[in-house]
Design a protein around this ligand. Structure first.
Ligand SMILES: *Cc1c(COP(=O)(O)O)cnc(C)c1O
Length: 307
């Protein structure tokens, strides 16, 4: 349990999926695992997907694909004539083939006609959507939710967890984790949207659940803490992350886990979790700190290592 005077009578725990031992960490590993197993079972040797130049998903795909002995292709939003980000350099070092799409082509990443033309250029390839949120990805998160639910069920009554909170991008992780939690125990899932506007997520999560395993009603979404939009990290959020590291020695990234904790602490101050036990999922993504050199330098000065 986190010791922090700002918590009042809310009990807060953090589940560190960023510390998993394995080729990849965080929620992206849980989403990719069933996808890669499926590709392997079909005898497909190549996996392709989409992402930005700091994508946690492409980072995880490059690592996990290499561990599975699969070749990987990353379709990257941006132009080839810009220098590679450290994330893209790592991905290439893992053997990922990088293909740069213009922003207008990238926008068509889910357009069937555009995908068909990519498929003809890359035959015998298993395609994973951006972020890994397909049926397999949701199913992987459901397994994670079931495991969490089982563990939470073993806790003493005094340590009961009422809510499991996580950051939401596409909502695929929330969809699966909520399904898994519904199987065992009473904890509800709360997603904190990192995009602006985040309202599309309610429909998106319902759709993910409909396509994979069935709709549940044990989840909700908070849309107040996008901090200006995806990948925006204003001074307030940066300061929160630095202060959080100073207090707890737990590193947060500004895109997902930082926004989750920042929002959660504001909601706790508002009394939204009064008397409750909350488990916050640290879904990983720390490599993305490299896109925020100022913040990373300050954290490193405080003793953060491991990138
Ligand atoms: C991708 C990502 C999320 C969001 O997952 P979704 O399933 O897209 O909602 C949360 N945290 C981290 C660290 C991520 O990389």
């Amino acid at each position: 349990m986190l010791q922090d005077e700002r918590l009042g009578n809310t009990r807060l725990w953090i589940c560190r999926l960023d510390l998993l031992a394995g080729p990849a960490t965080g929620n992206k590993w849980f989403k990719l695992l069933p996808n890669l197993r499926y590709a392997q079972s079909q005898g497909i040797r190549r996996v392709a997907s989409f992402g930005g130049v700091w994508s946690n998903h492409l980072d995880a795909l490059a690592r996990a694909g290499a561990a599975f002995g699969l070749s990987t292709v990353g379709f990257v939003r941006g132009y080839a004539d810009q220098p590679l980000t450290p994330m893209l350099r790592d991905a290439r070092a893992q053997g990922m083939e990088l293909v740069f799409l213009s922003r207008s082509d990238y926008r068509r990443r889910n357009d069937p006609q555009f995908l068909a033309s990519l498929c003809s250029q890359y035959p015998e390839t298993y395609w994973v959507p951006e972020g890994g949120s397909n049926c397999q990805g949701v199913a992987g998160c459901r397994l994670l939710g079931e495991e969490l639910g089982e563990e939470l069920g073993k806790l003493a009554v005094s340590n009961q967890i009422d809510k499991v909170a996580l950051a939401c991008g596409t909502g695929g992780s929330l969809a699966g984790i909520a399904q898994g939690l519904a199987e065992c125990g009473a904890a509800k899932a709360v997603g904190y949207a990192v995009l602006k506007p985040g309202d599309f997520l309610r429909e998106a999560v319902r759709e993910y659940q409909q396509q994979a395993g069935g709709v549940r009603d044990n989840w909700s979404i908070v849309t107040d803490y996008h901090g200006g939009g995806y990948a925006r990290c204003g001074p307030e959020l940066q300061q929160f992350i630095e202060d959080f590291y100073l207090r707890h020695k737990i590193p947060l990234d500004p895109l997902y886990t930082g926004k989750l904790m920042w929002g959660l602490f504001q909601d706790i101050a508002l009394g939204k979790y009064a008397g409750e036990g909350v488990l916050a999922l640290h879904t990983g993504g720390l490599q993305g700190l490299r896109g925020y050199p100022d913040l990373l330098a300050n954290l490193t000065e405080m003793g953060f290592q491991g990138l």
